[in-house]
Design a protein around this ligand. Structure first.
Ligand SMILES: *[C@@H]1O[C@H](CO)[C@@H](O)[C@H](O)[C@H]1NC(C)=O
Ligand SMILES: *[C@@H]1O[C@H](CO)[C@@H](O)[C@H](O)[C@H]1NC(C)=O
Ligand SMILES: *[C@@H]1O[C@H](CO)[C@@H](O)[C@H](O)[C@H]1NC(C)=O
Length: 403
């Protein structure tokens, strides 16, 4: 029964090996005429079947668990481990080079720092409406964080000492284009210069913190993954933006979507710096209006990149909350009157991540938010708030010990 099973397995997946086997069978009858070897035909057939099976099993090791039971469930892992892995296709030179660098960076032990810091990277147009709220958030925690501001439109006027002189060189950012990703990379590069920075958070000018500093620090510093939002959307706003020019390195089945507001550990930030291969694919083939598609580089590059190179190393959700429930072109923005303790309580009690596909099925993908394997609330920051909400936020932040 088991040989029959594997023979059909071979026939389905390895036509060339099957023909090889048939060839062997045709040669075998010749040896039958040697006098000492007179044996019934069935032994020869059996022997050739068994050798075919072995050749087949060697060249095409069973990779699914259903095929494994032939070799017993315990022997299976060792058996497949012993065989070289077979890639689905041959990697390009650029891919081999890229993978070897990424693998090396991922296998390095994290750099030890006696004074680990969180890097807060603000991607803004100009001045930050919530700078005084952040000032309150940072106060008393000097030495455990760094601040970087990339202002793409006008030079910000800073009102908090934590932000003064923290502007980095900036360039114009065009919505949807790779210049948005370039600004993110510029922030990462500047933040990486400080070896104490161990975790890197990207924030916008409409983002606010949901907790006190210590909570955010412990959540991000003691996690073993990066919070990069990433999900598969078969609809027009997901795979509909994919271009076959991204082949062979990026197949449609690897194309992902996610919000740009990430937080990542140092190794992942380094990998983003090291990548040129996947980056250039998005630079050239993911932009608004290209071949009738509206591809938004910052919504697809990092979600796809991490899905390909380190899928288990990212959470697949972002620690920055945003409310898309109104299903409009823009997310819900909170006015002063919307901001109260109940709103913040609601946001900070969410402990599942929800993604909705953009096809007609509108499938809701709901997953628990796991922090080092434990289910915990997902969000540390939230957007989008109108500047007028600042007073209410400052009041809540000062008066509620839990926030
Ligand atoms: C994120 O999603 C990928 C599939 O795209 C999965 O392999 C990975 O385990 C997920 N990460 C976590 C932390 O669950
Ligand atoms: C908080 O959540 C409850 C239950 O989902 C909802 O009824 C209420 O309107 C929410 N409040 C705010 C301020 O969002
Ligand atoms: C992170 O920690 C959890 C719980 O210990 C573990 O299950 C998971 O595999 C770890 N992930 C990585 C990428 O190390």
């Amino acid at each position: 029964m088991s040989s029959l099973f594997l023979t059909s397995y071979c026939m389905r997946y390895t036509p060339s090996a099957w023909h090889l086997g048939m060839g062997d069978m045709q040669i075998m009858p010749g040896s039958r005429h040697r006098p000492p070897m007179k044996r019934p035909m069935w032994i020869i057939v059996l022997v050739s079947l068994v050798s075919m099976l072995l050749i087949c099993a060697y060249v095409y090791p069973p990779r699914s668990h259903s095929a494994c039971y032939v070799f017993s469930s315990r022997g299976c892992k060792a058996f497949t481990d012993w065989l070289p892995p077979i890639p689905a296709r041959e990697y390009t030179d650029a891919e081999i080079a890229s993978r070897v660098v990424i693998k090396e960076i991922l296998s390095m032990p994290p750099t030890q720092s006696r004074n680990p810091k969180l890097a807060f990277m603000f991607l803004t147009r100009g001045s930050l409406p919530f700078e005084m709220l952040w000032d309150k958030f940072f106060h008393g925690h000097e030495g455990r964080f760094s601040v970087y501001v990339h202002a793409s439109k006008e030079r910000p006027i800073h009102v908090s000492r934590y932000f003064v002189n923290q502007d980095i060189h900036s360039e114009k950012v065009i919505w949807g284009k790779i210049s948005m990703v370039d600004a993110e990379k510029r922030l990462l590069a500047h933040a990486l210069k400080d070896p104490d920075n161990q975790h890197f958070v990207l924030l916008s000018d409409s983002c606010v913190p949901l907790y006190k500093f210590d909570h955010v620090y412990n959540y991000l510093m003691y996690t073993n993954i990066s919070y990069v939002d990433s999900f598969e959307d078969p609809g027009p706003h997901g795979n509909g933006r994919y271009s076959e020019h991204m082949l062979p390195e990026i197949e449609m089945s690897d194309f992902r979507k996610g919000a740009q507001w990430f937080s990542m550990k140092r190794q992942h930030a380094l990998i983003v710096m090291a990548d040129n291969l996947y980056y250039s694919k998005f630079k050239d083939y993911c932009k608004p209006g290209l071949e009738g598609r509206n591809c938004i580089a910052d919504e697809h590059y990092l979600p796809t990149f991490f899905h390909i190179i380190d899928p288990g190393g990212i959470a697949n959700w972002s620690v920055t909350h945003v409310d898309w429930s109104e299903a409009k072109w823009h997310p819900k923005s909170y006015r002063a009157q919307d901001v109260n303790f109940e709103l913040l309580k609601n946001i900070t009690s969410i402990d599942v991540s929800v993604h909705v596909t953009s096809d007609e099925r509108k499938e809701r993908q709901v997953r628990p938010c796991l922090w080092n394997g434990m289910q915990r609330p997902c969000y540390l920051f939230a957007r989008k708030f109108y500047p007028e909400a600042v007073d209410n936020l400052m009041f809540l932040f000062s008066n509620y010990p839990t926030i």
